[in-house]
Design a protein around this ligand. Structure first.
Ligand code: MMA
Ligand code: CA
Length: 312
């Protein structure tokens, strides 16, 4: 390119010329083709910057639109991001709330468990107490039944006792028209056969002559009832008016009659230690109630005497 020529190939002189020629319309009339050429050229020269501007404007518009789109996109993206962030924050706070309520629920469950366990214990205790009460009530009822039966039995003895009071000495028992004295107490003084006999004789009586079934059963029932079961059998005997002191092996009652209805225990009389006096013992089987023992043994005893005749 030469000096003074613009990039589009026109120098300043020519450009001025072009415009001056255009302005001076009609002074000199060029020929037809030359004029056409000039007009094309002018129009070309005039149009070129416009196209350029249009392209630039177009590009700018496109760019602006692109920027707008990007901006909108970014806005949408930012909006989404913010919304997402807010959602995450909401979820986080919801999560914290849920965790708190979960923790509270676990705490409440643990408390409820503890309460349940203590309630169960309480119920167990109450059940045990109830069972105990039921058992005790049953025991009380049984005891009450026993007491009622005893009252009935004691009431049945009332006439006998009343009669005993009229017919016997104080402290003596009236049975089958006879009066009996038995030191029932376990700690009662014990006596030898002879001492016991003397005791009875003081009251114008003697050791009991048990020479019939009815008398024997009544006496055995009496001593069975007052017997302390923990007491050794050897110490629980009562002297009776039976002995073989005169002839060994010949058992005789104090009324002088020989024994004909014996109630010896199995293997008795055995005269084990020189045993010439008889005692009766509390036994389940009343037909095995007697034993021969040394007359010097200290035992309890049974006195017997006829009751006073009934006074009207
Ligand atoms: C005692 C005594 C005797 C009786 C026997 C029976 C050990 O002696 O009471 O008189 O015959 O017991 O085993
Ligand atoms: Ca004996």
């Amino acid at each position: 390119m030469e000096d003074g020529e613009s990039s589009d190939g026109l120098n300043g002189h020519n450009y001025k010329k072009l415009f001056s020629e255009e302005d001076s319309s009609g002074d000199e009339q060029p020929s037809g083709s030359e004029q056409e050429q000039r007009q094309v050229f002018v129009s070309m020269v005039r149009r070129e910057p416009r196209v350029k501007n249009k392209v630039v404007a177009y590009c700018l518009a496109v760019l602006a639109i692109a920027l707008l789109v990007v901006d909108i996109g970014l806005g949408v993206f930012y909006n989404k991001l913010t919304t997402g962030q807010r959602t995450v924050m909401d979820i986080n706070s919801e999560l914290i709330k849920l965790q708190t309520s979960h923790k509270n629920a676990i705490q409440r469950r643990d408390d409820a468990k503890k309460e349940l366990a203590s309630e169960r214990n309480h119920q167990k205790q109450q059940k045990w107490e109830m069972e105990n009460l039921v058992r005790r009530e049953k025991d009380f009822k049984e005891q009450l039944d026993k007491v009622h039966m005893e009252i009935v039995a004691l009431r049945s003895h009332m006439p006998v006792l009343e009669e005993g009071c009229r017919r016997c000495l104080t402290g003596w028992i009236f049975m089958n028209s006879m009066c009996y004295y038995l030191p029932f107490s376990d700690t009662a003084v014990r006596k030898t056969w002879q001492e016991a006999r003397r005791f009875c004789q003081k009251y114008k009586s003697d050791l009991a002559v048990i020479d019939n079934n009815q008398k024997h059963l009544a006496i055995t029932e009496l001593i069975n009832r007052f017997q302390n079961p923990s007491r050794l059998i050897a110490h629980s005997g009562f002297w009776i008016g039976l002995h073989d002191t005169e002839v060994e092996g010949i058992w005789r009652w104090l009324n002088g009659r020989n024994l004909d209805l014996p109630f010896w225990n199995d293997g008795e009389p055995n005269d084990l230690y020189g045993e010439d006096c008889a005692a009766t013992y509390p036994r389940e089987n009343p037909f095995k109630a007697w034993n021969d023992a040394p007359c010097t043994y200290h035992l309890r005893w049974i006195c017997e005497m006829a009751g006073k005749p009934f006074e009207m």
